[in-house]
Design a protein around this ligand. Structure first.
Ligand code: AMP
Ligand code: MG
Length: 486
């Protein structure tokens, strides 16, 4: 276990030089205070959890202090936003402070979001508000607890610094950790500015640090693209299986590592709705829940374009064609587990599709459905779940097929229950729960966000006494409008 001053840095990205990032010092926020910290994220840096309670912790993660070995830099990138190319984005309010080398030999980027203006701030103030910082923190740590690849969040620091959005709010910073902050948009930036030397250096850097096996192949760039595509197919399958809606799948928000990244107006589905749009500013539903699959494919095609100096177009196209089958195989595997099956059957895909069609337009809570399905033997569970469906005849036909299918796997209910509960969370990061915690935090009471984080860090466990956190949203909580402003 280490104290904060014992962290070791090895700033590999900074060493790539000024074509890739610009030196910028964090601009502190006033009267810093710890809002919430994640002990499991601290463990990635070998940090003693007690360090979170020290004054220096809040000072480091609010821009007041800096390690002497840190080299804070704003990264340059571009990207496709809502389908249109934006030639110059970059870290407009976040800084890569450096890379911590932990005892296991892993590098973890420390990225401080809300650290003030940079050359890439455009019209922005360089700040992040408490509301969005808490949302990013909760989502990062919850997706991780579910087993979905994601950037992590070490802590949120609050302040008295005023920040103006639709109304006056206060500034906060979130300390984000990831093995890399390179996005699809990094590659697009060097491709579209015709800096092919830098593009090549970036690719080499990413392969050396994160995909060393690619360098052993005859065509490292082709292998690299395939690896990114496979990771994305696996990640999107998890999003769809667990009802996670990202909301802003611009290529500058897509990690080259295939981890969930840059949380904005995200949501987990409450009642199932394939067409759900969680981003209030997404008028056309480009990033609706069911569109996430074709959009991920589209984003990979945008990345492929940036790799054309190194890989034949035909080969990129062939790899792109693997996306949907790979996604589908992962998704089906996850849904089989969620339904409690231990084997694969040809009929499973249709069974899943029929279930989702029945849920659509009914008032079926997506997450609770699976948890309750495992709670009791199929017959009793289905009898109870039936009440929430509109098409009862359709549901009865599905239920009969499900029972027959479950019987073929043929095991006792206790084994089925523990198997299903291990993949079907009891606790879900619902917007209304986050909202309640945010409102308390805005009044200076951080107990709710800490409690919620603690509950959500063990989403599959029963946690007696915490049942209220597992409830469906109240009516007000179903229709929260989460704006893009953050
Ligand atoms: P996002 O929608 O958060 O992914 O941000 C898109 C782009 O806008 C990125 O380049 C951000 O760095 C930048 N950006 C977002 N909010 C701000 C802000 N308040 N100040 C400066 N830049 C920002
Ligand atoms: Mg972003």
């Amino acid at each position: 276990m280490k104290t904060l001053d014992q962290l070791q840095f090895d700033n590999r990205f900074a060493r790539l030089g000024d074509a890739f990032s610009t030196e910028v010092l964090p601009e502190p926020i006033a009267e810093p205070r710890l809002v919430v910290a994640s002990p499991s994220a601290m463990a990635l840096l070998d940090l003693d959890p007690a360090e979170a309670e020290t004054q220096v912790f809040a000072e480091l993660f609010s821009g007041h202090k800096l390690w002497s070995e840190a080299e804070p830099r704003a990264m340059v990138y571009s990207g496709h936003q809502f389908g249109a190319y934006n030639p110059r984005l970059g870290d407009g309010r976040g800084l890569l402070l450096g890379e911590v080398l932990n005892d296991a030999g892993e590098h973890w980027d420390l990225h401080l979001k809300g650290a003030g203006q940079t050359p890439y701030s455009r019209m922005g103030d360089g700040r992040a508000v408490l509301r969005s910082s808490i949302r990013e923190f909760l989502a990062s740590e919850y997706l991780h607890a579910l087993g979905i690849p994601t950037s992590r969040a070490l802590c949120v620091t609050g302040s008295s610094t005023p920040v103006y959005r639709e109304s006056r709010e206060t500034g906060a910073m979130v300390m984000r950790l990831a093995p890399s902050h390179v996005r699809f948009g990094h590659f697009e930036y060097f491709y579209y500015t015709r800096q092919h030397e830098q593009l090549e250096a970036l690719g080499r850097h990413v392969m050396e640090c994160h995909f060393p096996a690619c360098l052993e192949t005859e065509q490292p760039w082709a292998a690299f693209f395939r690896e990114v595509l496979e990771r994305n197919a696996a990640m999107i399958a998890l999003w769809q299986a667990y009802g996670f809606c990202h909301g802003v799948m611009n290529t500058d928000n897509m990690s080259i590592l295939g981890i969930t990244f840059d949380y904005g107006p995200y949501a987990f589905l409450d009642d199932f709705d394939a067409k759900h749009i969680c981003n209030h500013s997404d008028d056309t539903g480009r990033y609706s829940f069911s569109n996430q699959v074709p959009i991920a494919h589209w984003n990979l095609a945008a990345l492929a374009q940036a790799l054309t100096p190194f890989v034949e177009v035909e080969q990129l196209r062939e790899t792109l064609n693997l996306f949907l089958p790979l996604y589908q195989a992962h998704y089906l595997d996850l849904m089989r587990r969620r339904l409690g099956f231990t084997s694969a059957d040809e009929q499973d895909e249709a069974l899943v599709q029929r279930l989702l069609q029945l849920m659509q337009g009914s008032a079926v809570d997506y997450s609770q459905f699976f948890r309750r399905l495992g709670e009791q033997a199929p017959e009793q569970a289905l009898n109870k779940l039936r009440e929430d469906f509109v098409d009862l005849a359709g549901f009865d036909a599905w239920a009969a097929d499900y029972r027959a299918r479950a019987a073929r796997d043929g095991d006792d209910q206790q084994a089925r229950r523990s198997r299903m509960h291990a993949v079907n969370p009891k606790f879900v990061l619902r917007n209304y729960l986050a909202q309640r915690a945010i409102e308390a935090a805005q009044q200076g009471d951080y107990s709710e966000v800490r409690q919620l984080h603690a509950v959500l860090s063990r989403p599959f466990d029963e946690q007696p006494g915490m049942e209220t956190y597992a409830e469906r949203p109240p009516e007000w909580g179903k229709h929260l409008e989460i704006s893009c402003s953050s």
